[in-house]
Design a protein around this ligand. Structure first.
Ligand code: SF4
Length: 203
């Protein structure tokens, strides 16, 4: 996959806080829709935790409307912004020094942050060695008989930690190439195995 796609250099963003906002806005929607909402936040000059907190819910949800579920996502953005202000006064460098497991537990207690979003924040914004499991991962792994169809998030993550180097850069790239492989080749109904970089791997 890496030979095919090269270094994908995820996550596309100008700041670590923008990555965090992106992980919330892309929940249940396409990256294109999420990035349009991020551009709107930039245009309104409210892409900081403090400014998000001082913006009315109704105004914030209007600005991020393109991302879908915008009212819920406005609340989620406020919750993660509150966490960042309370935890490190918006100095993400301070947050990065905390232990991964502690940070993960705290993120999971934040409104609207589930395992996939927490792990995306950990690896892509805070540089922690964490693997993100998503629907694309499950599809590729199950089609290659690496997991059963009912495998849990944690089981899949632990499988990767047993078989793969636990290094931030490698785990960052592994998730990224899985996503791109699934989007381009491992389609939901008709996988394009003969064209896929994983096509000659036994299934
Ligand atoms: S070889 Fe086929 S099943 Fe495997 S990842 Fe590629 S498209 Fe999916």
């Amino acid at each position: 996959m890496e030979k095919y796609f090269g270094d994908l250099a995820w996550w596309p963003a100008e700041t670590d806080f923008e990555v965090i906002v992106g992980t919330v806005l892309t929940q249940g929607t396409s990256w294109r829709a999420a990035s349009k909402a991020i551009e709107n936040l930039k245009a309104k000059n409210i892409l900081t935790a403090e400014k998000i907190l001082s913006t009315k819910d109704s105004s914030l949800s209007r600005v991020i409307r393109s991302s879908g579920y915008h009212r819920v996502k406005a609340k989620r953005l406020k919750a993660i912004s509150r966490f960042i202000v309370d935890e490190c006064a918006s100095r993400l460098g301070v947050l990065k020094k905390q232990k991964t497991e502690n940070l993960r537990k705290k993120l999971l207690k934040t409104y609207g942050i589930g395992p996939e979003t927490a792990d995306s924040i950990l690896v892509y914004a805070l540089g922690k060695p964490v693997f993100v499991v998503d629907a694309y991962t499950k599809r590729i792994f199950s089609r290659h008989n690496l997991i059963g169809k009912d495998a849990s998030y944690s089981e899949i993550q632990q499988l990767v930690y047993k078989k793969f180097p636990i290094e931030t850069k490698k785990l960052n790239q592994f998730h990224a190439v899985l996503v791109e492989t699934a989007k381009k080749f491992c389609k939901k109904t008709s996988p394009l195995c003969s064209e896929c970089p994983l096509g000659d791997i036994v299934r």
